[in-house]
Design a protein around this ligand. Structure first.
Ligand code: GLU
Length: 303
């Protein structure tokens, strides 16, 4: 299928939605981002790569990084990670302390903040230089436009009181083993990864390809593990809006409060969208609409 015409059409069609959401401002370094941005990139397993709008501009991937965090940990320790974090949707805000308290320090899933902190803690057991090694890992997914925005790291450290509370609470329950500050440093660096839509679509292709990076043949995960990551993305990838995203779009994916969304169609492609205005759940307003129109117009989804 030729996707360029479809992408161009959708890019023009969703412009009316600008002004319907708000840029994330609880992280001061993100508050100044230009709201009127829209980038789209589609990368297929057979090598087609199409893009529209601001598809090459880097942005803060924020919680999308939780997928890299999980994939790297599963690559190193396998399914052992699920002894310390669950696989159920949370149905609560991504930084909820209440749920963690009720569930005795075991996060519901790896894509809420508490879950990502536990996964970062696991990585610290195995990586000497976790921040460098995370960037190197994403680089191996054939993405060379990746780097940290240190101003975002500092900004999150300065105002991340809830994340610190989550870390300390889990430390009290024995589900964080390293120094909480070290875990937060690794976590904030992941959130502060900057990538473009083109880079994101490319780097997620291994999840559309049974765990193997197309082109290089590097196996990141087993086919079964890739299926599991996709399943968690479908059920937990969109904060409290995961059900609605599955209903309207029908793809596994992950969003971040920087306004990015990446989704995959197993066996076919990865698509990344970036537009910074968020709805009340923390998902990109234009991003969700682009993906809904994409699966409708192409007739392709996982269902
Ligand atoms: N760095 C953000 C936080 O910890 C991640 C937010 C997100 O994209 O969900 O609050």
């Amino acid at each position: 299928m030729k996707y360029q015409a479809i992408i161009d059409e959708i890019h023009a069609e969703v412009q009316y939605l600008f002004g319907r959401g708000n840029v994330a401002d609880y992280i001061p370094a993100l508050a100044g981002v230009d709201a009127r941005k829209l980038g789209i990139a589609v990368h297929t397993l057979d090598g087609e790569c199409v893009e529209a709008g601001d598809s090459r501009e880097r942005f803060s991937i924020q919680s999308i990084s939780k997928v890299f965090n999980l994939a790297l940990a599963m690559r190193i320790v396998g399914d052992e990670v699920f002894g310390r974090v669950g696989v159920e949707p949370s149905g609560n805000p991504f930084n909820s302390l209440v749920q963690l308290e009720q569930e005795k320090g075991i996060p519901r899933n790896p894509f809420i903040n508490a879950g990502a902190l536990v996964i970062a803690d696991i990585l610290l057991d195995h990586l000497d230089r976790p921040n460098e090694e995370m960037l190197a890992f994403v680089g191996k997914l054939r993405c060379d436009d990746v780097r940290y925005d240190e101003s975002v790291v500092e900004s999150e450290k300065a105002c991340g009181f809830v994340n610190k509370a989550l870390g300390n609470f889990m430390k009290a329950h024995g589900n964080i083993t390293h120094d909480v500050e070290a875990v937060l440093d690794a976590y904030y660096h992941q959130c502060a990864i900057e990538m473009s839509c083109v880079g994101l679509a490319t780097s997620f292709l291994f999840l559309a390809n049974g765990g193997v990076v197309p082109g290089t043949g590097m196996r990141v995960l087993t086919a079964s593990q890739a299926k599991r990551v996709n399943a968690i993305m479908l059920t937990c990838g969109f904060y409290d809006e995961a059900g609605s995203f599955a209903y309207h779009v029908g793809l596994p994916g992950k969003s971040g409060v920087g306004g990015g969304i990446v989704a995959v169609i197993p066996g076919l492609l990865a698509i990344a969208v970036w537009s910074p205005e968020l709805n009340r759940y923390g998902n990109s307003v234009l991003g969700i609409k682009v993906l809904e129109l994409f699966t409708t117009r192409t007739g392709k989804s996982v269902f």
